[in-house]
Write a new protein. Sequence first.
Length: 521
Amino acid sequence: MTAATGGAVRAHDVFCLYPSPRGHVAALRGLTLDVAPGERVVVHGPNGSGKTTLLRVLTGERGPSAGTVSVCGVDLAGAGERSRTMLRAHRLGLVDQHHARTLRPELSVRDNVALQLRLTGMARGPAGERAGEVLDRLGLGHLAGRRPVSLSGGEAQRVAVCAAVAHGPALILADEPTGELDRAAADAVYDLLAACAATTGAALLLVSHDARAARVADRMVRIRDGRLSEERAPAGTGDESLVVDDRGWVRLPEPLRRRTGLHTRVRAEASGPTIVLSPPPTPTPEPAGETTAPRPEGTGPVPRSDRATGDGLVVELLGIQVERDGRRVLDGQDLRLRRDELTVVQGRSGSGKTTLLRILAGLERPDAGTVRVAGTDLAALDRTGLAALRRRYLSIAGQGTALIETLDVTGNLALVRQARGLAAPADLLDFWIDTLGLAAVRRRPVRVLSGGERQRVSVARVLAVEPAVAVLDEPTSQQDEANAELLAGALLAAARRGTAVVAATHDPVLVALADHLVTLP
């Protein structure tokens, strides 16, 4: 199927509201965005700015509360469910951050790509042939007979891209497709997305926090507070321009506000063709009694728990070996975790970081080696014993958030403590909510939060039980730069409160804070 005539995306003055117990939350607030056929647009924006909601609206998964949306010639405001389903099946290619949501582990790579074609109505035989052709054309034919579990993260994500574009979509929508990949693997995914778009003439709308995504962009836009705020050509080829919407709204970037001190009110004046913004006159303050200046957010001493911490060894992995499909994933790896310390595990995609964490937590058995947690050899425990050990000593956040959708942020944190028979003191929950920058959304059901906010709730839930060991897999993968720093600081605070914290990551922010750095080959 070739690209549609007219715009690939025409979204004008779009509002999108989510219901909440305290009214409605506005995820999009008058957003306008056009994408031409064949154009490649990268969308940046902080957590909670509306990026994921925009993608949900463009796929027809979520209807706009107001405004007009046309995708590949389909008017989504007036389209029925059948039209929306046909649009997703035939005109759109959807690439998720987590390849596991796309690829079936029991099928080979070729059969996974063929499955996506069969969902469009293609027969089994032609679908298999077409899948092989697509894999060969995109340089992944050598993976056709393997299963997803045997692939590195970068390989699996490229296969997921192949599956998403095998039917020749008119528009490719990619949501943070490289958030969990190292730099080389991420660049390979970006290049593959660009090649796929060029091959079929499809438009590409790529949502990412990664500045390197500019390598495949014709245009880059930034979303803040549910509106298009800035726009520029790819890095190095033009200045960033502020976007003035149909109502005259313009959003000042945070770095500009900080540098100029224009925080609450400004005076706007015309100077020829230029608009000059300046602070309003400051009134002379009247004499007053002594006051205390507010403490900047995120500063001040970190309170410690009353639980004895000590500085002893909590976790010890010795000589860990793991083989999969004849490939040695881990080869004699050691790992030691101590209370009060933040340990970061880094390495290329497919080096075994997630596998090492799963073995530490007793979720997977090594082929050889020893795993001891709090002095207990995990080899001596059955499934029930491992579950009891995790409940007593460990708290885990994998690459999925697994939150209770109907509960708000505070409710999710309180529930996980209650599940372990712990009280849920308000000051402790408040501490982690504030530390992770969630105070503004604490009363919102997590189902209406952005992906980055949900990820921080997941981390808060791990830390709120004050475990002996906190295990986190790519905890900053969905965070913008400011919130990645916030989250990394929270993990360091948890370590200083007595928890042995271990995180697998590619993020240089976390790497820079680590007390110990373990690099897998």
